[in-house]
Design a protein around this ligand. Structure first.
Ligand code: ZN
Ligand code: ZN
Length: 376
């Protein structure tokens, strides 16, 4: 199959398009490696690996799109958003709100191109029609129809993240549909967070608000003052990106994460790391995605992680992801780990060699209250 541009559908030479425009790397944010998120499509999180913050590229966009309408959206985003990314208060004028919302949409769609062709054909990612529809609107510089966007302040540690969560519209008394009817897009850059909501079934569009009471920038009605509303931090980031902050104007209607999508396999990128929010509720840790792929094939591992508040965790992989089995001091967690039957080896990851214990089949594992097996 010849390579075609995801947005305009033209076959031909595709260029490398950065998920975030080059300008983001030049405005004085840090350059430490950060985990790249491309969508909350798996219960254990889905990360693209840990890389220098703005270097993530995709190869499904043609030069004409990249250097044309996409680049024009990048220039507007650079002019309007740079101060806010760096934490300087400001206002988003009504005339800029459509282009900024379109930029969020474009960036989210681009970030989702990082998934493999195979994953996309299996329903992972966003429908091809979303890309074409945004391309059709390229001269209007507006986001897709039946969409709503907000702007907020981010106080967490990610320098750059783009996440997409497919959603269903849940109506009281009815069972959830088996196809998503919309999706949430979340972009965090420096101190700025932008969130969009698009109903792919436009007849189901419901006017939403956010629990953080964020100023709405689309549909554009008045200048949006930044910062306003409550700040978003790391403890609430994943839930927020998962669409949990939306509040419906109609009590009987809620947005929920689309379940089949939340159970799909995580990233298959070599060396990719998977994010695991820890039990402390404040931090996240990372482990190699390879362990999830092994677990899906019935090979389970145990390993230990620690988070920034120096709590240590015993993690065990299961068929549907990784579970925290115990949270305790380094000494106790190490004891529990040592007591598990199996043998230890190392697997390569972007963070260097990662130690894990391959569990022998039907190993008993300690439960959350920390009782080790064979405690005698
Ligand atoms: Zn194109
Ligand atoms: Zn912690």
């Amino acid at each position: 199959m010849p390579a075609v541009c995801a947005f305009c559908g033209r076959a031909g030479k595709l260029t490398g398009e950065h998920v975030f425009g080059d300008w983001v790397g030049r405005i004085g944010l840090g350059r430490d490696p950060v985990p790249h998120g491309a969508g909350r499509l798996n219960r254990v999180g889905r990360e693209l690996g840990v890389r220098s913050p703005f270097g993530q590229k995709v190869r499904d966009v043609c030069g004409e799109c990249n250097h044309g309408w996409m680049s024009r959206l990048e220039s507007i985003a650079q002019r309007v958003l740079t101060p806010m990314i760096l934490g300087q208060p400001g206002t988003i004028a009504v005339a800029d709100q459509g282009p900024i919302a379109a930029w969020v949409q474009k960036t989210a769609l681009t970030a989702m191109l990082v998934s493999s062709e195979e994953e996309r054909q299996n329903g992972y990612g966003l429908p091809a029609s979303e890309y074409r529809a945004l391309h059709d609107l390229r001269d209007d510089q507006n986001p897709l129809a039946a969409s709503q966007f907000w702007v907020g302040r981010y106080q967490g540690t990610r320098l750059a993240a783009a996440r997409v969560t497919p959603l269903v519209v849940h109506v009281d008394g009815l069972s959830d549909p088996d196809q998503p009817q919309g999706y949430a897009m979340t972009i965090a850059l420096g101190q700025l967070v932008l969130q969009g909501l698009r109903f792919t079934t436009p007849s189901l569009e419901v006017q939403m608000d956010t629990g953080l009471e964020l100023p709405q920038i689309w549909p554009a009605t008045e200048p949006a003052v930044w910062p306003d509303g409550l700040p978003l931090d790391d403890a609430t980031f994943l839930g927020f990106a998962g669409g949990k902050d939306f509040r419906s104007s109609d009590q009987r209607i809620q947005l929920r994460a689309w379940r089949p999508a939340t159970e799909l396999a995580p990233s298959r990128l070599a060396g990719g790391m998977v994010e695991l929010p820890t039990a402390c509720g404040k931090h996240s840790t990372f482990y190699p995605a390879a362990l999830v792929h092994e677990a899906m094939r019935g090979r389970f591992s145990a390993f230990t992680l620690s988070c920034a508040c120096s709590t240590h965790y015993l993690i065990v992989t299961e068929p549907d992801g990784a579970r925290c089995k115990a949270a305790a001091t380094a000494e106790l967690i190490s004891e529990l780990y040592q007591a598990l039957p199996g043998y230890e080896d190392e697997i390569p990851s972007e963070d260097g060699a990662f130690k894990r214990k391959r569990l022998t089949p039907s190993s008993p594992v300690p439960t959350r209250d920390g009782a080790p097996p064979n405690a005698s």
